[in-house]
Design a protein around this ligand. Structure first.
Ligand code: G16
Length: 606
């Protein structure tokens, strides 16, 4: 877990020129910064790696030497793809204003052009340039990270190599080395271990503290037979970390002195570890959530696996969805929308409970950020039952994170695909300070005091830089435990509208443009007109006229795969399938489709 340091060397122009020449841009190729960095077939990656490594060093230089991060991963994509995610010095995503420069860099032929682009963007090499590097378990990631390190050293940057690490842990490492960006409440003395271990310990410590606040406040509706969770690690890097967690929980509980019934601690059974099966293939969060199917368990085991409480990660462990197998063998899916509902209801309840003793709590703006993929029933539930504000932002952590930060003091964001976290703003920390003054001498069993105990541990449990499957796993498990719920109780909060997602390949997906929150296509103009007509026709035949049940479909170009994504929801699975099939056919016809046309009905209308 300890990083390997590469100290800065004198910039070596000859080596840089050699690298740029050897890893030249293939003819007629234009690389673009997508939803979460660059993502292509791994054979196309080396030229991007060399150029974006230099770009990262310049970004660090522009921040007066604050360390930034480079993660070699293609996350949910298949094994043959790879990519680069960039962490800014605050542990968040690269600012959107820097994306155009990154794209220009990825396509620049030589050092002279790179330096011209840098100068045009008021950016220049500095004395201090520090880049943290991490990689996932893809077979080509090691080679690509070595290439990034070589390029950074040739450029005169210092490199801190974390080796195999999850994307959120890499972001945390970056944030942790820029303490000026950490909220005061999260600063604590170095534990003398690696930042990654310190990070996992801090999650586990907060989780155990949260569990210890269990009281009879909630009526225990369902008793767990066995608090045991199967964790499908998608055969990715999360599978190297989850097996360490049980022991860390045990050690923490033993050493912390926190009084807790140990049967309340969840036991994790990690499956689909690296090497057990193909990465992200018929397993992991992307497969389960998009295909709405149970994952294949590749791990050979003599144990009978408990399929009642399962979490699926993606390849770099920055998303999570939960699921169970019902008595008929069907999937019960608790996706990012369901997580948003669970977490935001919990936060509202606790803030409300605190407000009886600390009226300032009433002024805290709580809210949710979702994307166009959010199931209509979840949005309706959040607005009408949880009674919270909902903002719809563009797909991509960079958009939802920014929106949560901008709109709310306690902003929860979850994409339906399982990316998400809760951001606590300045005013929330003010609330904690006020609560401490009012409540420190009250009984620990007082409801407001319990709420304070719960709220104050959350910023260390929930990753403040970026969503993290491991941190979200413990957050959800703790809330379920405190409420005495299992996945079925949680799932019954509302019923999802039946939905269908698929993708279509077209000659050039950039011909499709959308409105600000991606709910409508703005070009080609005929596309939205045809989609509207399809939705109207289906709405006329819908059993109810209620707004929440209106059939809905939208299309958008993916920023991580060479495909156009299609989403449809309606009042029955048959209608959702028909609408998705029709939308796919329209994209195929109006946007020069190639390859197979997905169809979920017997007859496609193309
Ligand atoms: C990335 C982004 C997510 C986004 C997903 C799909 O996830 O971080 O915010 O939802 O891509 O994007 P698109 O629909 O544009 O392909 P990951 O987990 O693949 O890094």
């Amino acid at each position: 877990m300890r990083p390997c340091m590469h100290y800065p060397e004198v910039p070596n122009t000859n080596e840089l020129n050699r690298l740029l020449k050897h890893f030249s841009i293939p003819p007629k190729t234009k690389f673009t910064y997508g939803t979460a960095g660059f993502r292509y077939h791994h054979e196309l990656l080396p030229p991007i790696i060399v150029r974006i490594a230099i770009f990262a060093a310049l970004r660090s230089s522009s921040l007066d030497g604050e360390p930034v991060g480079l993660m070699i991963t293609a996350s949910h994509n298949p094994e043959q793809d790879n990519g680069l995610k960039i962490s800014d010095s605050n542990g968040g995503m690269l600012p959107i204003e820097w994306e155009a420069m990154a794209t220009d860099f990825a396509n620049a032929k030589n050092l002279k052009l790179l330096m011209e682009i840098a100068a045009k963007n008021n950016s220049q090499p500095g004395k201090e340039m520090i880049v943290h590097i991490g990689r996932d378990t893809r077979s080509h990631s090691l080679h690509l990270s070595q290439l990034a390190i070589r390029s950074l050293k040739a450029f005169g940057a210092m490199v801190i190599d974390h080796g195999l690490v999850t994307t959120p842990a890499l972001h945390y490492n970056v944030l942790r080395s820029n303490v000026n960006h950490m909220p005061n409440a999260l600063l604590y003395g170095s534990s003398g271990t690696s930042f990654e271990k310190e990070y996992l310990n801090s999650i586990i410590g907060s989780y155990v503290s949260l569990l210890s606040t269990k009281s009879q406040l909630y009526t225990q509706k369902i008793h767990w037979n066995k608090r045991s969770m199967l964790v499908d690690c998608a055969c990715g890097v999360g599978g190297l970390k989850v097996p360490l967690l049980n022991q860390m929980i045990e050690e923490f509980t033993e050493n912390s002195g926190i009084l807790l019934d140990t049967s309340s601690l969840v036991h994790l059974t990690p499956v689909n570890l690296p090497g057990d099966g193909p990465l992200n293939e018929r397993c992991g969060a992307e497969y389960v959530q998009k295909q709405q199917k149970l994952p294949v368990i590749y791990t050979e085991t003599d144990e009978t696996l408990n399929m009642e409480y399962v979490a699926s990660f993606d390849g770099d462990a920055d998303r999570i969805v939960f699921h169970a197998k019902d008595v008929d063998g069907n999937l019960v899916l608790l996706d990012g929308d369901k997580i948003a509902v669970l977490v935001s209801s919990f936060l509202q309840e606790e803030i409300e409970a605190l407000s009886t003793a600390v009226p300032f709590a009433k002024s805290i703006r709580c809210g949710i950020v979702q994307t166009a993929y959010a199931n209509g029933s979840s949005t309706a539930y959040l607005k009408n039952v949880v009674k919270t504000d909902v903002v719809i932002a563009k797909t991509g952590v960079k958009h939802v994170h920014t929106a949560a930060h901008h709109h709310f003091d306690v902003g929860t964001y979850f994409e339906a695909n399982g990316h998400g976290t809760v951001l606590f703003g300045k005013k929330f920390f003010e609330l904690l300070a006020k609560a401490e003054q009012c409540l420190v001498s009250t009984s620990r069993k007082n409801r407001s005091n319990i709420a304070w105990q719960r709220l104050r541990v959350l910023p260390r449990l929930v990753n403040q830089a970026v969503g993290d499957a491991i941190s979200d796993l413990f957050l959800v498990d703790a809330i379920l435990y405190l409420k005495g719920w299992n996945l079925y109780t949680w799932g019954q909060l509302y019923s999802d509208m039946p939905s269908r997602q698929c993708k279509v390949k077209v000659q050039d997906r950039t011909m499709i443009h959308t409105n600000e929150n991606e709910t409508k296509a703005t070009s080609p103009i005929q596309l939205q007109m045809a989609l509207d007509a399809a939705m109207d026709a289906m709405a006329k035949n819908s059993p109810t006229g209620r707004q929440a049940n209106r059939p809905r479909a939208f299309v958008r170009p993916s920023g991580t795969e060479d495909a156009v994504r299609i989403y449809a929801e309606a009042n029955s699975q048959k209608d959702a399938d028909a609408l998705a099939t029709e939308a796919a056919a329209l994209v195929y016809k109006l946007c020069n489709g190639t390859g197979n046309l997905p169809s979920f009905t017997k007859e496609s209308k193309l």
